[in-house]
Design a protein around this ligand. Structure first.
Ligand SMILES: [Mg+2]
Ligand SMILES: [Zn+2]
Length: 193
């Protein structure tokens, strides 16, 4: 049955793992935020998969290519491996309904706030979404997690404004993944949800 399913820590990328820079696509602009590896390690040791789900409409807009994205992603995965917390998977959606690049012009079920990436990854890796966590810096991340049935929704601050309404849609609000280390301790040591 579902007993072998494990929970996942789903992470948005920009504004959660790295400093938010619009349409980031170069390694030299990728700045890890504090606490990322520590938080991932805590959850990984507790049996969580760590899965990145990221909208990359910069590809649809023609600002960078799939190849650029792939190079950056491979580099990012290496950094996680060097830190001793290899990522289980990294999923991205390059689509946008109003894309400049026709190949990517579509309303994609994967583009957050839609839950497609979370659902795909959950099926692929045997994830129990109800025991999983979604961490994002935008309401669309929280909405995607909610639609996918993710049990725990965490909103972190980046350069985006968080309204009271946004905050109320999340279960936990933190300054960033650094503070989420405190969340991790609280979450993992508290009673089972
Ligand atoms: Mg983000
Ligand atoms: Zn897509």
């Amino acid at each position: 049955m579902t007993t072998q399913q494990r929970p996942a820590l789903f992470l948005d990328r920009d504004g959660v793992i790295n400093k938010e820079i619009n349409y980031l696509h170069r390694i030299k602009d990728f700045i890890f935020l504090p606490g990322v590896f520590e938080t991932c390690r805590l959850f990984q040791e507790a049996g969580f998969a760590v899965i990145v789900v990221t909208n990359q409409s910069g590809i649809a807009r023609g600002y960078y290519t799939e190849e650029d994205y792939g190079i950056l992603t491979e580099w990012m995965r290496q950094q996680f491996i060097h830190a001793g917390v290899p990522l289980t998977d990294v999923l991205h959606c390059p689509h946008l309904p109003e894309a400049q690049v026709t190949l990517y012009r579509m309303a994609c079920p994967c583009r957050k706030p839609n839950p497609g990436m979370i659902l795909d990854a959950s099926q692929r890796h045997g994830i129990d979404v109800s025991r999983s966590i979604m961490v994002g810096d935008k309401l669309s991340d929280i909405q995607a997690g909610h639609k996918a049935g993710v049990g725990h929704l965490v909103l972190v601050h980046s350069s985006y404004e968080i309204t009271l309404e946004d905050a109320q849609r999340a279960h936990y609000v933190a300054e960033g993944l650094g503070q989420t280390t405190a969340f991790a301790h609280w979450f993992l040591q508290g009673p089972p949800p």
